[in-house]
Unconditional design. Structure first.
Length: 267
């Protein structure tokens, strides 16, 4: 079931940043023209070997000008829930800077049947470190926090703002996971026309490989399809590892820009 957990985490977690308009010191920097918009809300259905296995959501919550608040959640369902109970919520908050999205804090709330834990990170950009706290554990300090290093959720949203996603190009994302900084490599594929439960999209496929991470220590490929437009919405995630397949499909979207789509029969 490790492969299922990988996809569940990837849906709420997957550093390149786009070019943002430089504002004056007194003027809050707006959201990038590329990527998510305030009010965006996405829902996904997850299948493991063709069996319904989980659901996930990603949303951009209201925040003060010049800031962002991202919330994502995932939980297992059906037979998979009886075998592996997973219910997580992640929250990332930070600043919109001329260089891109910059994490200030990251909170993980995890539920595994009767065991619950909350892990929080506070990013101190001045000192170049992230402070990790968890009840009943010693406070941890992660050094080497450069302007490019973010949490998992912010890193994925920052990737969506990248202006140049050209076929065969590669992007490298440093992200904090656990007690360390890990490097995520992303290879851009050729454009594809993709059918999803909410309709057809022109897409950009991205193959993601995470190196040296305890959480993502798997052999195989994971592909994320983003819409080939200014929104860069993830519409599908697919992986085939050890001859097992897991897929997550977009079933509801409110893009925060005026378009709304929903799979027929989806709540």
């Amino acid at each position: 079931m490790q492969i299922l957990r990988f996809i569940l985490w990837l849906m709420i977690a997957t550093a390149a940043t786009g070019s943002l308009r430089v504002a004056s010191a007194a003027e809050p920097i707006p959201f990038p023209a590329l990527g998510a918009s305030p009010g965006e809300h996405l829902k996904f259905n997850i299948h493991w070997m063709g069996v319904p296995a989980g659901s996930a959501f990603m949303t951009v919550r209201p925040s003060p000008p010049g800031e962002y608040l991202l919330v994502a959640g995932v939980e297992s369902i059906g037979v998979v829930k009886m075998l592996h109970f997973i219910k997580d919520e992640l929250q990332a908050g930070g600043l919109l800077t001329p260089q891109g999205l910059s994490t200030r804090y990251f909170i993980k709330q995890q539920q595994r049947r009767d065991v619950a834990k909350v892990i929080s990170y506070r990013f101190d950009r001045e000192w170049g470190e992230a402070v990790r706290t968890q009840p009943d554990e010693e406070t941890g300090y992660i050094t080497g926090i450069t302007p490019q290093v973010n949490d998992l959720v912010t890193g994925f949203y920052a990737l969506r703002t990248c202006p140049k996603l050209k076929p065969d190009s590669a992007i490298y994302l440093p992200m904090v996971d656990g007690r360390k900084i890990y490097e995520v490599s992303v290879k851009v594929g050729a454009r594809e026309r993709l059918h999803t439960p909410v309709g057809w999209f022109d897409t950009i496929p991205l193959t993601i490989v995470v190196g040296n991470s305890d959480l993502f220590r798997l052999q195989g490929s994971v592909v994320v399809w983003l819409t080939d437009d200014a929104r860069r919405i993830p519409v599908r995630v697919e992986s085939r590892i050890d001859f097992k397949s897991v897929a997550a499909d977009l079933v509801f979207m409110n893009d925060g820009r005026g378009e709304r789509r929903e799979m027929k029969g989806n709540d």
